[in-house]
Design a protein around this ligand. Structure first.
Ligand code: TRP
Length: 454
């Protein structure tokens, strides 16, 4: 199908762009944070189950809806189910994506600060306690994180304005393999640190007595967040896929790459955290205080290598965050420009301005505004909680109901099998998961959270 909306150029480009969206701070920053807060190995097992049983079918549903409609996510539901309220699923997604970007960009900004710190060698000779102090001092500073937030949002904006193929695809092609190699090196270093076994036990030995409804909700939310699911992000990307793209294979690849990166991040963070005596439930600061320790301890004797590796790591982390942020901004941009007939430039400007404004609020809420709390959480945490634990799972549930029950079965089959040209063994299973397993399990978790089982 040729249109002036742009298309991804190659097969590998499709996988890289989708994986580029999926792999980001969610894997390397949020996954260890959630794993640490939720007790370790048991959480990870539940997370795997969520990726397999909920993530994979929803990936296929979003891909099919997006490619069939060739439209932004709200437009997609309008086209596929005209005159119904289903377009609100798309709108809910646009809202979720916009809110996620607000605080995502803040953390992405931190990675830029750490590139500079690594480059100027300020990790050298710092103690574990020193890294903790340095991080809280940095985030409490009223203006430094904001400068990085602006820099990050501006870059994201510029890539999105340049359009789909040139911007998104090219940036993903180089950075993904490089990031992967560096993660493996760091995981090996971390596992070899003294006392790293405690971290390995934390990652590998499940303690199911700690599993509560909230742990399950967190695992579910993390699976959605990490796979970029539940808000029409991959649906928007799929609207730029070519007709030949094999949706099931792309979905499997994305899920595998994304999960491997998260696991690697776990193997870097926890052995190192236990080794230097940092609590695994240190929260959002976890990777920013453990990682400098890994560089310092593993390569402290080789200052040059330590500097090169740490600079490279934070650059790649920032790039991974960039490809994810692009996909978030693209959802809002495509929505505004197609639904309100604006130019892409104007649409992107509005979205960027909105996210930057609320990004500032999220950032300040960790420093001068940390006493302003809602339900005991800072504004930053409220954005994370509401999007990750409410909007994404709710979006995922609605998408599965739409794809499983409302959407014409012919459409789903045609998309999954590329008009009958592919043999797809998983089709029946995916349909079953979409119809029953996904909506029922998300529904049960929500009901449990509301306390209705008691
Ligand atoms: N998945 C990305 C990460 O792991 C973040 C992200 C990009 C995202 N697009 C999304 C999260 C859409 C939820 C929904 O960093």
């Amino acid at each position: 199908m040729s249109n002036d909306r742009g298309n991804f150029g190659s097969k590998i480009g499709v996988i890289l762009a989708s994986a580029g969206s999926a792999v980001g701070l969610g894997n390397i920053w949020r996954f260890p944070t959630e794993t640490g807060n939720n007790g370790g190995a048991a959480f990870i097992l539940i997370y795997f189950a969520c990726v397999l049983l909920l993530g994979f079918p929803i990936l296929i549903a979003e891909f099919s809806i997006g490619r069939h409609s060739r439209s932004n996510t709200a437009g997609a539901y309008r086209k596929l189910s005209p005159g119904t309220r289903w377009k609100w699923v798309g709108r809910l997604g646009v809202a979720a994506g916009t809110f996620i970007l607000c605080y995502y960009a803040v953390v992405a900004g931190w990675t830029l600060e750490y590139i500079c710190q690594a480059a100027t060698n300020s990790f050298a000779g710092t103690s574990p306690q020193g890294f903790i102090a340095a991080f809280s001092e940095f985030t409490a500073n009223p203006w430094r994180p904001l400068v990085w937030l602006f820099a990050f949002m501006l870059t994201t904006h510029l890539v999105v304005v340049k359009g789909v193929e040139k911007g998104i695809e090219r940036s993903a092609k180089v950075m993904m393999p490089a990031l992967f190699i560096l993660l493996i090196i760091l995981a090996v270093c971390s596992v070899l640190l003294p006392d790293a076994e405690k971290g390995l036990l934390f990652l590998l030995k499940p303690d199911f007595s700690k599993v509560t409804g909230n742990v399950i909700l967190s695992a579910m939310g993390q699976a959605f967040f990490s796979l970029s699911l539940g808000m029409g992000c991959l649906c928007t990307y799929a609207s730029y896929f070519r007709a030949e793209t094999n949706l099931s294979r792309t979905a499997i690849n994305v899920a595998i790459i994304d999960t491997m990166v998260a696991i690697l991040a776990g193997f870097i963070i926890f052995p190192a955290a236990f080794s230097v005596g940092i609590q695994p439930d240190a929260g959002p600061s976890l990777i920013f205080i453990t990682l400098p320790n890994v560089f310092q301890q593993a390569f402290g004797g080789m200052p040059f290598l330590s500097t090169v590796l740490s600079v490279m790591f934070y650059i790649l982390l920032a790039l991974a965050a960039l490809t994810s942020a692009i996909s978030l901004l693209e959802v809002t941009t495509a929505y505004l420009s197609e639904e309100f007939s604006m130019s892409r430039k104007t649409a992107a400007r509005m979205a960027t301005a909105f996210c930057t404004f609320f990004g500032i609020i999220c950032s300040l809420s960790l420093g001068i505004g940390k006493d302003i709390t809602l339900f005991g959480m800072t504004v930053f945490d409220v954005f994370d909680y509401v999007t990750g634990k409410i909007m994404l799972p709710l979006g995922g549930m609605l998408i599965s109901i739409f794809a499983g029950w409302i959407l014409d079965k012919q459409i789903l089959w045609k998309e999954v099998s590329n008009n009958g040209t592919l043999k797809v063994h998983t089709y029946k299973l995916v349909l079953f998961l979409l119809r029953f397993v996904v909506p029922v399990s998300i529904g049960l978790v929500f009901i449990n959270e509301l306390g209705l089982f008691k």
